[in-house]
Design a protein around this ligand. Sequence first.
Ligand SMILES: [Cu+2]
Length: 304
Amino acid sequence: MAAKIHPRRALRLAALAPLTLLAGCDWALVAPQGMIGMENRSTILWATLLMLIVVVPVIGMTLGFAWRYRANNLAADYAPEWSHSNAIEVVIWTIPALIVAALAWIAYDTTHRLDPFRPIASAAKPVEVQVVSLDWKWLFIYPEYGVASVNELAMPVGRPVNFSITSASVMNSFFIPRLGSQIYSMAGMQTKLHLLADKPGTYEGISANFSGDGFADMRFAAKAMDQKGFDAWIAAARKAPGALDLASYHALEKPSENLPVRQYGSVSPNLFNGILMAGMNPVREQRTVVPNDAAHTPGHAHQD
Ligand SMILES: [Cu+2]
């Protein structure tokens, strides 16, 4: 004889089922590590809370009305002629209107305050990093230090990082969830992003926009280090064999998957501008990165 499962017990188990879907998640967005990430989180939480003001009572009332006006409850009013209530109209229009107004203000305020193009006010000197999304890896160029790295980003804790971002391929999205604010990388366009890490640590960086075969492994480690660690990282990168010149860039540019982390001890000046200008050629086969001096005109600044 099969064991009988009590219906209430089965219901309780079923209620837990959705939790299994969350097992693979880490809560990067609600556990941020930098000021931009913190502001992103509070925006998300405020918007969610405001919307719950409607969602929670509506769910409760749906269940409450269904119970109260069930067929065998003869105590509930039966009012077939009822059609209008000013009190209900006021409630169902005023509350959503106030919520929409509040959401509009939050959206207006945070899109300006967290504008990716807006530099972070800080006493510390920012670090410049040029980011290029390639098939299927991330290239980071440190123009102030003349070094570059693939699939690994180093940043000093407490100093703003000014990212200039472009793509040498299709559209990708540059995103370090714990630090906040994802932004698209597109060929022939330069986007900007400003982030700051408060604590040392290694944070996962991803592309948040599907870009083909090797997309799943197109990840990088964003390492936030103290100033000493960052200086040591730069010094080690300078000692790395290999220069990132046009020839090695074109080799790197070829589609490849799951590329190990590597560094380049030197980088052709203005390589980033060359990549940007090459991306402005609409015919992909004719895109070539030309040496520096030809790349005077900056790409149009573009922000999505
Ligand atoms: Cu665009």
